[in-house]
Design a protein around this ligand. Sequence first.
Ligand SMILES: NC(=O)C1=CN([C@@H]2O[C@H](COP(=O)(O)OP(=O)(O)OC[C@H]3O[C@@H](n4cnc5c(N)ncnc54)[C@H](O)[C@@H]3O)[C@@H](O)[C@H]2O)C=CC1
Ligand SMILES: O=C([O-])CC(=O)C(=O)O
Length: 308
Amino acid sequence: MKVTVVGAGAVGASCAEYIAIKDFASEVVILDIKEGFAEGKAMDLMQTASLNSFDTKITGSTNDYSKTADSDICVITSGIPRKPGMTREELIGINAGIVKTVSASLIAHSPNTIIIVVSNPMDTMTYLVHKTTGLPKNRIIGMGGALDSARFKYRLAEALNAPISDVDGMVIGGHSDKGMVPLTAHATRNSIKVTEFLSKERLEQVTEDTKVGGATLTKLLGTSAWYAPGAAVSGLVQAIACDQKKMFPCSTLLEGEYGLNDLCIGVPVILGKNGIESIVEIKLSDAEKAHMQESAKGVKATNGLLEL
Ligand SMILES: NC(=O)C1=CN([C@@H]2O[C@H](COP(=O)(O)OP(=O)(O)OC[C@H]3O[C@@H](n4cnc5c(N)ncnc54)[C@H](O)[C@@H]3O)[C@@H](O)[C@H]2O)C=CC1
Ligand SMILES: O=C([O-])CC(=O)C(=O)O
């Protein structure tokens, strides 16, 4: 199993590290445009192999895509992150060009690959990969919901004063400050709905804190987060590499599901060796449906800025 990670920055390196530590891939190639940067990150990570007990071989490449040839899975993290006060959507001007070039170069060397898009604005970058590469939809996956759900569980555990392992919950919708749809009515603590334990007001606070999770960290860090994003990507990569048939909310092209068409947005999917093996349609309340429609409107507005 060969995995390429484009972008050796904060998220790319974190993602490569988590993939290596989980020890399911034979090879991880990190590629960056900055001279020597990916090689340096790869060497530093390889020097953790004996300490962290993994056998995954990590190599780096300065923009040489021949090194990525025949990758089973490619992760795109290249592009600029936001700074405090910015939205993810403001990154489109620079990141669209990068994602378009990078995805074409990856496919030229790995025509059968599955692509995981991380660069922001992620739902629109995932749509761009659809529009420009012609890959089948099961092989283009946007990562956002897995991270947003992890943040949702963190906030739920905080509100419940419970360990995170007691809590389950999912966030669907667009990966944006306003577009996320945390499914509070479906969230549970040990199979009991959290609505049994938390007031409507406290759950509204959990929802709000979840939606601005990325912005909160960006304000604290001066740039956007990387540990949880890297871990979330590694979870998707592992589900595909190990054919786990796990359910994650991922950004995928919708063709009528959830009453939506011609956009990529976060919905629950099953991940296995073919990438997105199916889209799971769950019953939403009228309020949740309305939030999804509103979220889709936002994603479509950003898609409208693409020069296709
Ligand atoms: N979807 C999600 O949930 C998340 C998305 N992100 C996004 O991921 C992206 C990366 O974030 P960070 O790693 O923090 O940024 P970073 O600045 O630390 O790393 C980005 C790397 O991309 C490289 N790069 C730029 N153009 C390139 C090209 N054409 N080819 C190859 N490499 C290129 C840069 O040299 C840099 O090393 C940002 O767009 C950020 O908004 C970040 C966290 C979560
Ligand atoms: O907040 C950002 O810009 C990066 C990101 O997507 C996240 O951490 O959720």
